[in-house]
Write a protein that binds this ligand. Structure first.
Ligand code: NCD
Ligand code: ZN
Length: 349
């Protein structure tokens, strides 16, 4: 540590632009972790069954607020799950009424909870045109699901086959390329217009695919899109810490019970919510970019979504933060990202 490096870092209150809060007992177990760290969060709609209409999303929002411990100041920003059958009028109504702020495109069978997703973007063309005309952002899980495409290539192939044509044909549509994992995605977002941005998770900044596969198979390092080669991790670190307004914080925190991860067919998803800011900050420090952290965590996302930045600040202080091996999420044991490690910054308060 350089002698002139700061002991504390104070930034405007941050937001998480991509989180899975789940439902039922698990919701009550995970929402306090996100609410402790973030003022707002984009809540993904891939429940079972998925949140495909205004009534469902509004009811889910109520359950989130009911699960929030008293005194915590947290605003869930809801999203609609797109299917082949989504009605453009329902989308426009929910957006106008403030029921949701965006819609999520899951290619069918791309990831956890995507079985009802879109089988071909041509099927939702009318929805996307309406979203473009009303200024409603499209959030994209960017992977093809073609069995012939290698899983490590699925994001890059999605750009060529689906995303690039979509952005070309609907230049007014605001698009968030969620949880980007490749150099190709970074380049695509950088070279696109101001209507295209991306979220980046902490895990894709910290790990490459070796972390998942060397010395044994490590299910807690497995999420989708899957971590790629080192060259891609380095491109993501460069993008996140560059100061570009096109990249912002989205944890993709995706809790699964330990038994569902440590299984013959383990679920995709990494639970990073409890130490998300600490995890990101380690990366910004290693990259010598502490001065860029506030933009990534607290400013770029609101600017893209056309929302005000949060009032108030949070402070992180240097100091050892041991990450537990497991976290009890209201009765469900979950292994968090960085389990058993020690992080170097602590979120105060
Ligand atoms: C997410 C989940 O578990 O809901 N899993 C993941 O690996 N990221 C779904 C998703 O965002 O892909
Ligand atoms: Zn996700």
């Amino acid at each position: 540590m350089a002698s002139d490096s700061p002991i504390t870092l104070t930034i405007r209150r941050p937001d998480d632009w991509h989180v899975h809060l789940r439902d039922g007992a698990l919701l009550a177990g995970v929402v306090p972790h996100t609410a402790r760290q973030f003022a707002r969060a984009i809540v993904m709609p891939n429940l079972s069954p998925p949140m495909t209409d205004c009534a469902g999303v509004a009811a889910y929002r109520e359950r989130i607020m009911a699960a929030l411990p008293e005194g915590m100041d947290f605003t869930p920003l809801m999203t609609l799950y797109l299917t082949d059958a989504t009605d453009p009028d329902e989308v426009a109504r929910g957006f106008a009424d403030g029921v949701f702020v965006a819609a999520k495109l899951y290619p069918a069978h791309a990831t956890t909870g995507s079985a009802h997703g879109v089988t071909d973007v041509a099927n939702i063309r009318a929805v996307l045109e309406r979203m473009a005309s009303i200024g409603m952002p499209l959030l994209v899980h960017g992977e093809v699901t073609d069995a012939h495409v290698d899983i490590f290539d699925r994001e890059a192939v999605f750009i060529d086959r689906t995303l690039a044509p979509l952005v070309r044909e609907l230049p007014e549509l605001n698009v968030v390329f969620e949880h980007v994992t490749t150099q190709e995605a970074v380049q695509f977002v950088e070279s696109a217009g101001a209507n295209v941005a991306a979220t980046i998770t902490p895990q894709h900044l910290h790990i490459n695919r070796n972390a998942m596969l060397v010395g044994g198979i490590r299910p807690h390092m497995y999420c989708l899109p899957v971590a790629k080669r080192e060259v891609h991790r380095l491109a993501l670190r460069q993008a996140a810490t560059s100061g570009s307004g096109k990249f912002f914080l989205g944890t993709d925190s995706a809790p699964h019970a330990v038994g569902l991860k440590e299984a013959a067919c383990g679920c995709a998803g990494i639970f990073n919510a409890p130490f998300a800011l600490e995890s990101y900050l380690a990366v910004f420090e290693e990259e010598g970019a502490l001065d860029k952290f506030e933009a990534f965590a607290s400013l770029n996302g609101p600017a893209f979504y056309g929302l005000p930045v949060n009032a108030g600040t949070v402070t992180l202080e240097r100091g050892p933060v041991p990450v537990p091996e497991q976290i009890d999420a209201n009765g469900t044991a979950i292994v968090p990202f960085h389990a058993g490690e020690e992080l170097g910054w602590r979120l105060l308060g």
